[in-house]
Design a protein around this ligand. Structure first.
Ligand SMILES: NC(=O)c1ccc[n+]([C@@H]2O[C@H](COP(=O)([O-])OP(=O)(O)OC[C@H]3O[C@@H](n4cnc5c(N)ncnc54)[C@H](OP(=O)(O)O)[C@@H]3O)[C@@H](O)[C@H]2O)c1
Length: 322
């Protein structure tokens, strides 16, 4: 695989996992920037980063950088993506890629005009298990997909200031964990849902603490989702077809699934990839997309962002900076 020079923007929690993946896939990390430079310097002591930048423009203007990885909180994704694309860099951005579809569509236009790759670091689109399961679904082995059930519940510590509950940082269950559930559902649907019913419960900061969401597409396929940030639920996805169903536990970074064929009840266990390498697969797909000049997951990302935007519109939930 051709080697690329990556620049990391935001050296927080997920950037540490990303750095380990980048070292595995690429052997080196070219550059890193954090708004508090000391944090980037500490990061560079843990992972061998070749260049630490004191300001963002220095990273963006470094002609040696091919790909930017954005790992700031959600509220800062849009600004970082646009600046990186305008500096003619390919961009891999953490989920949720933007806070609404308007921001995403603007970024997509700039990427297309400049022949740049824009990709969301959504593990589901890149894990080998999902690529195999999609082939199984497309082959018709479980029959026509009718119903998808998908949950995500984590009990985040009660802290009105952390990014999960902060409205200023575009917190809330939908953007933080609902993006996984929606990506899971969209990945197995024939088309994007065009009917949507939802209700939610707000946390005291004004972000969505939990919600129930039902969706249907023009092909009559339905999705039922349950999200919460204050109660643990199994992260479980079920894709049910007329002839069988697929169950995936811990689906955001899954490497195993079970298919039950309803005609005779026999089961098939699918194993593909490695859960601990979730971010490695994102890097490999991004580098391949840059090499081939062809991106395969942006359609899912755009549909998911359209749905997340519509859900918040129905709730009447607006972030202060929108
Ligand atoms: N943590 C996870 O397990 C995980 C998993 C998958 C995806 N993600 C996604 O990754 C992103 C980051 O999450 P995280 O958990 O890594 O967050 P985090 O630990 O809070 O790190 C965020 C980083 O971004 C910087 N930052 C904050 N606000 C900024 C701004 N306005 N402009 C520029 N830089 C800013 C922070 O710098 P300072 O500390 O110097 O303020 C920090 O280094 C989110 O989109 C999240 O959904 C996280």
């Amino acid at each position: 695989m051709k080697k690329y020079n990556w620049g990391i923007i935001g050296t927080g929690q997920i950037a540490c996992s990303f750095a380990q993946s980048l070292l595995r896939v690429n052997n080196e990390i070219y550059g890193a920037y954090n708004r508090h430079v000391e944090k980037a310097q500490t990061f560079a002591q843990t992972y061998p980063v070749q260049h630490v930048y004191e300001n963002l423009d220095d990273l963006l203007n470094d002609e040696n950088i091919d790909i930017i990885y954005v790992s700031t909180p959600h509220n800062a994704h849009y600004e970082m993506i646009i600046k990186a694309l305008q500096a003619h860099k390919h961009v891999l951005c953490e989920k949720a890629i933007t806070v609404n579809d308007r921001q995403l569509e603007e970024a997509v236009s700039i990427a297309k005009e400049n022949n740049l790759i824009l990709m969301e670091a959504m593990t589901i689109y890149h894990m080998p298990l999902y690529k195999q399961l999609r082939q199984i679904v497309e082959s018709g082995k479980i029959g026509q997909v009718k119903m998808i059930q998908v949950n995500f519940g984590s009990c985040k510590e009660y802290d009105v200031h952390n990014r999960f509950f902060s409205k200023d940082l575009a917190g809330g269950a939908l953007l933080d964990i609902g993006v996984y559930a929606t990506a899971f559902a969209r990945y197995f649907l024939q088309s994007c849902p065009n009917t949507l019913i939802t209700t939610n419960q707000y946390f005291e900061t004004g972000v969505d603490e939990q919600s129930g969401i039902i969706m249907k597409n023009q092909d009559g396929q339905m999705v039922v989702m349950a999200l919460t940030m204050r109660a643990k639920q199994p992260k479980r996805g079920v894709v049910a077809g007329e002839d069988g169903y697929i169950e995936i536990n811990d689906y955001p970074r899954a490497s195993q699934a079970t298919i039950t064929y309803t005609v005779d009840g026999h089961q098939e266990h699918i194993q593909a990839g490695d859960t601990s390498l979730g971010l490695d697969y994102e890097i490999i797909d991004m580098q391949n997309a840059v090499f081939e000049g062809n991106e395969k997951t942006l359609t899912f990302t755009r549909d998911v962002m359209k749905l997340l935007t519509e859900i918040r519109t129905q709730w009447g939930m607006v972030y202060p900076f929108e």
